[in-house]
Design a protein around this ligand. Structure first.
Ligand code: GLN
Length: 490
């Protein structure tokens, strides 16, 4: 069994070609072999997984199985899972066991998936390279000296290397789409509010959204049918019916329109990426879609805007980590002040502290109007510009990232360079629209991601475009070289 998709595995399970227990054992064996090199998992839930797999096999035998019954899956370690560690990539939560499941976790469990483990990530999802994790960087299976992207880098590396057929992720500024692009897989970020944030450790609450890392858009559709939907425990969750995404994938693209923002092809774009993106647009033309140019004149402001809004929200969200109720606590403080200070000093890493300080500053009385309020206005401007595009086109397309995967260590000491890596993904979060990254070729030996952006609740349209493209091309079937068990680069 090579690197099969969720839909292929589902067919195999139903026809009795293999059992969920066999699949799960295989996934666990692959994790054990590859994790010393990739560092994609923080926790592996072997025993629990086998118990769940046997239950899935009984369900399959009884004929009551759904499309996800018995499929091994990994959750980004930002989703609370009752009874297992949820670290969020931080020392602060390195010992934290949640008393409840996130809605995403319980919904997928109800659909029958087998949880094999929790994946590594940038600390509190702050990062674009996975290097801010307290548990060490994840390595890109295409080249272990390179970053798999972040913050959902563990999930991306695990799917790309065939350790699991699918994983969850979260995307606040690009953390699903960018790692998907860097590892040659499909990363889907739904509309803000489409998937419940309940039990998802909060980073920037007006931007955070859960989504999927899979091999194909078809698999993203299958997972989304289980994950999406209204949740009374998340006040921003959308009270809208979930369409049968997997049944809407085959619609013809004839006569549909794709807008390509001129600003996505600036000097910063790697020529190899540009070539792959232009070729992908030609494939859409062959499928009958019309390609036109659109404008996002304030795109360049999306990075500075995001790096005011996101830190502001994070400084508020992360104030709960005080060493009192849960998580890390400095062991021998003399008074309450020292307990708070030392706990936060020792529990958080450098990037998280940088964000908390920036956020506190831009929200402070003297600077609120100059920074935070101004950023909110620009956010509105960027959102309006993107919405204006959808008056003329069905979707917007362009690169996911300016370059293919960069080297570990290359940008970690230069936050601005690191932040600029998100230039093409952030506007989508500021606007709250859905976006998907699909593999569309290579720059040298490294995968390139094509980003498709849709209007609010345009999930079905995006998945339809992505699926038609994947039926026409085989980039999503390209696999990285086998990862050896030698702890490369450690
Ligand atoms: N790279 C961005 C950041 O560091 C986005 C992270 C994310 O989407 N979680 O904030």
């Amino acid at each position: 069994m090579d690197r099969l998709t969720v839909s292929q595995l589902s067919a195999g399970l139903r026809s009795g070609k293999f059992s969920s227990e066999e699949l799960t054992r295989q996934s666990l064996a692959r994790i054990e072999a590859a994790n010393p090199s990739l560092n994609a998992f923080i926790t592996v839930t072997g025993e629990e997984a086998l118990t769940a797999a046997r239950a899935a096999d009984r369900k399959l035998a009884s004929g009551n199985a759904g499309p996800l019954t018995g499929i091994p899956l990994a959750h980004k370690d930002i989703f609370c899972t009752a009874g297992t560690l949820t670290t969020c990539g931080s020392r602060m939560l390195a010992n934290f066991v949640s008393p409840y499941d996130a809605t995403v976790v319980s919904k997928l469990a109800d659909a029958g998936v087998v949880l094999v483990g929790k994946t590594n990530m940038d600390e509190f999802a702050m990062g674009s390279s996975n290097e801010t994790s307290y548990f060490g960087p994840v390595r890109n299976p295409w080249e272990v000296s390179r970053s798999p992207g972040g913050s959902s880098g563990g999930s991306a590396a695990a799917v790309a290397a065939g350790l699991v057929p699918a994983a969850t992720g979260t995307d606040t500024g690009g953390s699903i789409r960018q790692p998907a692009a860097f590892t040659g897989i499909t990363g889907f970020k739904p509309t803000y509010g489409r998937v419940s944030r309940y039990g998802m450790v909060a980073f920037a609450s007006s931007l955070d959204q859960a989504g999927t890392l899979t091999i194909t858009a078809e698999d993203a559709a299958l997972l989304m049918e289980a994950m999406a939907g209204f949740d009374a425990r998340d006040s921003t969750s959308a009270d809208q019916a979930v369409p049968p995404y997997s049944k809407m994938l085959d619609e013809s693209l004839a006569g549909k329109t794709i807008g390509v923002p001129r600003e996505y092809f600036d000097d910063g774009l790697d020529p190899g990426c540009e070539r792959a993106i232009r070729d992908a647009l030609d494939v859409f033309s062959d499928l009958g879609a019309k390609i036109t140019e659109v404008e996002l004149p304030h795109l360049a402001l999306s990075v500075p805007t995001y790096y005011i809004v996101a830190p502001a929200e994070c400084s508020s969200n992360l104030s709960r980590y005080d060493g009192i109720r849960f998580g890390y606590r400095h062991p021998d403080a003399r008074d309450i002040g020292e307990l708070y200070t030392r706990t936060r000093q020792e529990g958080f890493g450098a990037e998280v502290k940088r964000r908390i300080m920036t956020g506190t500053y831009v929200l402070s009385a003297g600077y609120y109007d100059a920074y935070y309020l101004q950023a909110q206005k620009v956010r509105r401007l960027i959102r309006d510009e993107l919405m204006r595009c959808f008056e003329d086109v069905d979707i917007v397309a362009g690169p996911t990232t300016p370059t293919p995967a960069f080297g570990l260590g290359e940008k970690i000491d230069d936050p601005v360079q690191m932040y600029l890596n998100d230039i093409y993904t952030i506007a989508v979060n500021l606007a709250g629209t859905p976006g998907i990254s699909i593999p569309c070729g290579f720059s040298g030996t490294l995968p390139v991601g094509l980003q498709l952006i849709g209007p609010h609740f345009g999930e079905a349209t995006l998945l339809n475009f992505a699926h038609r493209y994947q039926q026409q091309t085989d980039w999503h079937t390209k696999t990285p070289p086998p990862v050896s068990n030698d702890g490369a680069g450690e």
